[in-house]
Design a protein around this ligand. Structure first.
Ligand code: FES
Length: 85
């Protein structure tokens, strides 16, 4: 079964701003351990630690600004914190 974010080409690492993408409906897991090779999406690497991903269900297609700096106070979404530090 294809994952909803396949083909969105995420950066795979932290960056100074959000990863903005038009996302089809489905389940998403936002990486919180910041070690995913598919960052900002979870790739399962957290299994080695205590930090778990934030899970989101999109009921319909939506353009999402996923936090990719790791500093948002509204995970998994960008809240502008990347520009304030
Ligand atoms: S990318 Fe904007 S708060 Fe993290």
């Amino acid at each position: 079964m294809p994952r909803p974010h396949e083909g969105l080409d995420p950066p795979g690492r932290q960056q100074d701003g959000p990863f903005v993408a038009k996302c089809p409906p489905g389940k998403y897991a936002h990486c919180q351990c910041q070690r995913s090779a598919n960052y900002p999406f979870c790739d399962g690497t957290h299994r080695e630690g205590d930090v778990k991903p934030v899970k989101v269900i999109l009921e319909e297609e939506r353009t999402v600004a996923w936090c990719a700096c790791g500093k948002s106070g509204d995970m998994p979404y960008c809240d502008g914190s990347h520009a304030r530090s």
